[in-house]
Every structure is written in C-alpha cells, then in structure tokens.
Design a protein around this ligand. Structure first.
Ligand code: F6P
Length: 538
C-alpha cells in the first residue's frame, strides 16, 4: 500500500528555494531570456502522446523547472499517482478511490480496488452503450410510435452535462448529422422549453444523466420532459422507448419510472467532472458512433500512460501543472486563460472551469488544516480569435498577469480557402506579441506593449476524437498535479452543498399560500418578500 502523507509544502526547503528564485525572476523579461538563450524555443518544449507543448514563452529557466520538480517530488506526486492507479481511497473525505483512468483502460488491462478488477465492468458497460448507440443510429431502436430517433436530449448538470456537451461540439465533424443532440441543464424552465418546443416527441430520446439521480435541477427537468412526452404521445407507456438513464443509483432510476434495463451504470469511483468518458458520454457516442468514442478513449489512455511513466521534466501534464503553480503562488496570478484556436472547442474552457475549479477550489488541506498557499485559479476563456476582439486588450495592456494556454492545430477540420492559415497566423502572432511586446513611438505611451505575458502553446495535428481525449486527460492530470502540491483533495466538492441546502429551505417560503415567517437576514427576507409580492403572493 502506498501511503498518502501530505506535507505542508510551504514549510519545505524546496518551496522556500522556489520562493527565493521567484524573487529573482520577478523582473526578468522574456526578451532577456530569449536574448541570453536564443535556443530556448528548441529546448523548453515537450511531446506527450500526440500533443506538443512549447513552454519557452514562460517567465522561467531550466533552473525554475528543476526547483518546481523538486517541489513536486517533495509533495509526493509520484506516490500519489501510484496510489491513484492502485485503487487507494485518495478521495479521503468521501472515502473513495479515484479511478477515471480505468474508464479508458484497454480490455486486457487490470486495475483493482479492494481486490476487485474494475476493468471488465467498464467494458461491459461500453459494450452495452455501443450496442444501444448502434441501434439508435441505424434506426433499429424506434420511438413508441415506430419513428426513428432524430433528436437526443441529454438532461444533466455539472459533470453530467458539461463533458458531453463540450465533446459533442468538439467532435461535430465526426457526428451523424441526421441525429441532433441537445443538452438541458438549467432548472430555469426556459432551458427545457427551448430544447423541446419544436421537437416531435415521437422522434425524441431523453437521456437522463445523473450520477446520484438526486440532483434537483436534473430531476425537475426530467419530470417536465416526461410530462411533455406523455402529453404529446398520449400514452404513459411511451416512456419506456423514449427515456434511458445514466447513473450509479439504480433504485432512484426505477423510482423515477425508467426501466433499469435501459440504464447505463458507472461507479462511485468516477467523479462527476471526470465522467464524460463513462456512460455519461452516451449522447456523444450516439452522435459520433462507438468507433470514434473508442478512439477518444485511446487518446485519454495514451496520455494516462505518459503521465504515469514520463519523468516529471518530460511530462506534459506535470509541466503544465508546475508552470501553473509558479504563476499562481509566486507571481500572484489569479486566473488562467484557456484560448483554443478551433471553433469546435468553444465549450472547452467552460468544461475546464468545472474540472479545475471544482477540483482545486479548496482551502483546507488533506490533514484538515487551513491552506497557507494560494490554490486553484479562476479558469476562463473562449475561442482565441473572438477573444482577440474582446478581452485580449486587457491581457496585452492591462495591469494583471494572466497566464494563458493557447491550443491550436496544424490541420483544419474544414480546409476552407485560406482561413486556416489566417487563423494560425493569429495564433502564432498573439503569443509572440504577448511575450515580446513593442515599445511605443515617442509621445504615444498608450501604444506601448510591455510584453512579458506568459503563454503555453499546445499544438496538435488535428482536432480528432483521439486528440480530444488526449487534451482532456492532460488537463485532468494537470489538476491532480497541482492538487497534490497544494496538499488538497481534488476529488470532493463540499463547497456546493450549502447553497443546495438553503435553496431547499427557501422553496416553500416562495410558494407558501400564506405569508411565511422568514427568519433569514434582513436582505434575504426583503428580497423574498419582494419576489412573493411580484408573483401575487401575500
Ligand atoms: O455541483 C455539484 C455536483 O455534485 C457536481 O460535482 C456534479 O457533476 C453535479 O453536481 C451533478 O451531479 P449528478 O450527476 O449527481 O446529478
């Protein structure tokens, strides 16, 4: 058994050496770093699986990497990686193993926890998903009235929505365009209304995706969808052909009225935000087909292998994690921009927001002490060229340090005219401008670009299912790397509980026919009273 023994990283000589080095590096400019080492663009780069990372346009030297690697070693990163792979309960507050890496393990692999090999179960579900996806795609699975399914509506939220929604958009070039997928997550009734109002119930399949099957938003949306379907088809037995579930909770699925033979399971060792390569990706599999889904899993797996075996200095996710720690903890950076130069990756930053912020937005260590270092950054971004005409101004000339990951591809998904060369010219120009800046003409300080803005460039051949899997696995392992260094649990999410509990308490206060006795603070009481009055309630 590998033991998890978190160290208070700030008290280690490794961290202190890094802090001292941070002081020396604070005023060093990327212009000087490239001038003193013109070859750094050839050395500060790494390949992991099919991804290429150029990290030379960062405010660091080879010594910085040495010191960061020493911190990772001191934090026990290698041991934690092995503990994860060995099925230990590294999610200590929920007392669970963390085995999303098993979701993409090949059939021949063996990954055990508590003496049980989980890989056969993973492939059993994948086989059932493949068969189901094949039947929907071929038209063999029909709706209650015998129609082919032409729209799939995934109902879920958080990890049960963001992953499949992101990947569906990302892999549009690989999808069957005769089946549209829609994604409903918000409990705002407008979401389910917009998703269903123009659909033919007879040709619509709902996938209710919820790990727990207790999430208020998802269950409400699913009930509304069921009412819409039954009233549209005039027969409650239609539910059997139009609803399937993805969950770990068979009892609740049955209680809702979905036949558990139409349920695709997963396991409590998969965190919601680490789950879209499980059955939570069923809508994606229907869209792109089982073969493309398996290609994506192989991409995930190749980065898993790289992460587990490459030395930290040559380990792409580890390096991304270490560079993030460098700015987060020694340069006061509060955010991390994710800037994909690919139209289909529009939802990638939003997906990474949950992955990163729900994982590392923590302020208590694994030993239950308050952290004394800065933890997870605010993650944000949109596709790059659109950002250039919106918020890049602030990155270039504002007062904040905003580390950014630029993600681009050599081969376009659609080679239209000279669009791709123009796109990629912008991609390369931006990191160059951010790094080196430009001095202002005499008397025009507003035209000065200070430069020294750090970027990572991730370059791959083409956005394919395999490469998407590689990108997601890279960021999953980046998040783990940082969580280990900060000494926090990247796999729980207690921070979402309080708001949920208070909302449950407030629901009857909004809907009570008589004036309720409100015992909140004066602000909340007044707002609730105003809302009730607006809704015509006393
Ligand atoms: O927001 C909290 C959370 O538990 C996420 O971690 C999760 O992805 C989401 O809610 C949805 O949960 P479920 O899949 O159980 O409906």
């Amino acid at each position: 058994m590998v033991q998890i023994s978190p160290v208070r990283i700030s008290e280690t000589p490794e961290w202190q050496a890094l802090a001292a080095h941070g002081g020396e590096m604070r005023n060093v400019h990327l212009r000087d770093l490239f001038a003193s080492d013109p070859e750094r663009g050839l050395t500060l780069r790494v390949d992991g699986a099919d991804l290429h990372l150029d990290y030379s346009k960062n405010r660091l030297t080879a010594r910085t990497i040495d010191l960061l690697v020493a911190v990772a070693e001191r934090a026990g990163l290698a041991q934690r990686i092995e503990a994860m792979w060995s099925g230990e309960h590294i999610n200590v507050t929920e007392d669970r193993p963390v085995l999303h890496i098993a979701l993409r393990a090949p059939r021949r692999a063996s990954i055990t926890t508590g003496g049980v090999d989980v890989v056969p179960g993973v492939h059993e579900v994948l086989d059932r998903m493949s068969e189901f996806a094949r039947r929907v795609r071929s038209g063999e699975w029909t709706g209650h009235t015998g129609k082919r399914i032409t729209t799939v509506v995934n109902i879920g939220i958080g990890g049960s929505d963001l992953g499949p929604a992101m990947a569906y958009e990302a892999l549009r070039p690989f999808s069957d365009r005769s089946i549209e997928c829609r994604f409903v997550s918000n409990v705002d009734g407008s979401d389910i209304w917009e998703a269903t109002h123009d659909l033919d119930p007879g040709a619509t399949l709902f996938i209710v995706s919820s790990k727990t099957f207790t999430t208020l938003e998802t269950l409400n949306n699913a009930k509304t969808a069921r009412d819409w379907l039954v009233s549209g088809l005039g027969d409650s037995s239609a539910v059997a052909r139009h609803f399937v579930a993805v969950s770990t909770n068979a009892e609740k699925v049955a209680e809702f009225g979905i036949d558990t033979s139409n349920m695709f399971g997963f396991w409590d060792w998969v965190g919601g935000r680490y789950s879209y390569d499980s059955a939570i990706g069923l809508s994606l599999m229907v869209s792109v087909g089982p073969e493309a889904f398996v290609d994506m899993l192989e991409g995930f797996h190749s980065v898993d292998e790289h992460f587990r075996s490459a030395p930290f200095r040559e380990n792409l996710p580890v390096l991304l994690g270490l560079i993030g720690v460098w700015y987060n903890d020694f340069f006061g950076a509060e955010t991390q921009a994710i800037l994909p130069y690919n139209h289909y990756l529009a939802r990638f930053p939003a997906y990474l927001q949950q992955l990163d912020m729900e994982s590392n937005g923590k302020s208590v260590t694994l030993s239950g002490e308050p952290v004394d270092v800065a933890t997870g950054p605010v993650v944000w971004g949109t596709p790059g060229t659109n950002g250039q005409h919106a918020y890049y101004q602030l990155i270039h000339q504002g007062t904040r340090l905003i580390p950014a990951d630029f993600i681009g591809f050599v081969t376009p998904n659609h080679d239209v005219g000279d669009h791709h060369d123009l796109l990629m010219a912008n991609f390369f120009a931006q990191t160059e401008a951010l790094a080196f800046g430009r001095s202002a003409p005499q008397g025009q300080p507003y035209r000065s670009f200070a430069g020294n803005h750090p970027t990572n460039t991730i370059l791959a051949d083409q956005l394919t299912p395999r490469i998407l899997g590689e990108l997601v696995a890279t960021y999953e392992h980046k998040v783990l790397t940082q969580g280990v260094i900060w000494g926090i649990n990247s796999f729980d999410q207690w921070g979402v509980e309080l708001g949920k509990e208070l909302a449950q308490r407030i629901v009857p206060e909004l809907t009570a026919p008589e004036t309720p006795a409100l015992a909140h603070d004066s602000s909340t009481n007044t707002l609730i009273a105003r809302y009730r009055a607006g809704r015509g309630r006393p």
